[in-house]
Ligand binder design. Structure first.
Ligand code: SF4
Ligand code: SF4
Length: 234
């Protein structure tokens, strides 16, 4: 960006840039109007009008390099691959991973995580947990973004079961599976809120707490949050 003293007279008065911006906007508006009108009469079918993606109902496909929400990978027998070594929690700069280790029922494995939780409101999606893991037990290749709304901090804590569930979905439905499930969950939530047959559901806050789209078991205690609150004194 140029500093003010480096700008020309025309750049300093901004008017040409404003006119340029208006010209671009007007061009797209006019082009869309003409193309949409032509489509109504069955013309110019090969020309596509610019459209706004109706997110989150619609979405653009994420890049293959996208690294969003986490998942815990699974062994061939479906058990969690994590050995509860705490390296990811130690490496995490946001201190948002909570692990409780237990003795593994598998005689070949020493420990497994009885609880594994990530507080996604604190996570900065740096990927250091993935880098730190010595056994490829945690990945961020789920092609879903973090949950975008909830009613309570607890709604944003991802439990071991949710994190394992994403791996099962990828194995069964491929890379689009988790996003399809998340969108179905959003539609279900919206349908509840705007259901005209249930006028009591006027606002998000007037209805029962929703379940996470991948939640298959209740998670009454949220140690990741409790631990942070205990440390900060809140
Ligand atoms: S992505 Fe970074 S901040 Fe998030 S859980 Fe992993 S290490 Fe922590
Ligand atoms: S996810 Fe990996 S680094 Fe974290 S506790 Fe499990 S095995 Fe250790």
């Amino acid at each position: 960006m140029k500093r003010r003293e480096e700008m020309t007279f025309w750049e300093k008065i901004y008017i040409p840039e404003i006119v340029k911006g208006l010209a671009i906007t007007s061009y797209h508006l006019g082009r869309n109007l003409v193309i949409n009108a032509a489509h109504l009469f069955g013309l110019a079918k090969s020309r596509r009008a610019f459209t706004t993606v109706q997110y989150p109902e619609e979405r653009k496909r994420y890049s293959d390099h996208y690294r969003g929400s986490h998942r815990l990978t699974l062994r061939e027998n479906g058990a969690v691959r994590c050995t509860a070594c705490y390296l990811c929690a130690t490496a995490c700069p946001a201190q948002c991973i909570y692990i409780e280790a237990g003795e593994s029922p598998d005689p070949h494995v020493e420990k497994f995580p009885v609880r594994y939780e990530i507080d996604t409101l604190r996570c900065i999606y740096c990927g250091l947990c993935v880098e730190a893991c010595p056994c490829d037990a945690i990945r961020m290749d789920t092609y879903v973004h973090p949950r975008i709304w909830g009613f309570d901090r607890k709604d944003f804590v991802e439990t071991k079961e949710m994190l394992m569930h994403r791996s099962r979905v990828i194995a069964e439905k491929g890379r689009e599976g988790n996003m399809e499930e998340m969108q179905a969950w959003y539609r279900e939530q919206e349908a509840q809120v705007y259901n005209p047959e249930r006028p009591e559901l006027k606002t998000y806050t007037e209805r029962a707490l929703p379940r996470h789209y991948a939640q298959t078991e209740p998670s009454p205690e949220i140690p990741a949050i409790d631990r942070h609150h205990a440390r900060s004194g809140n």
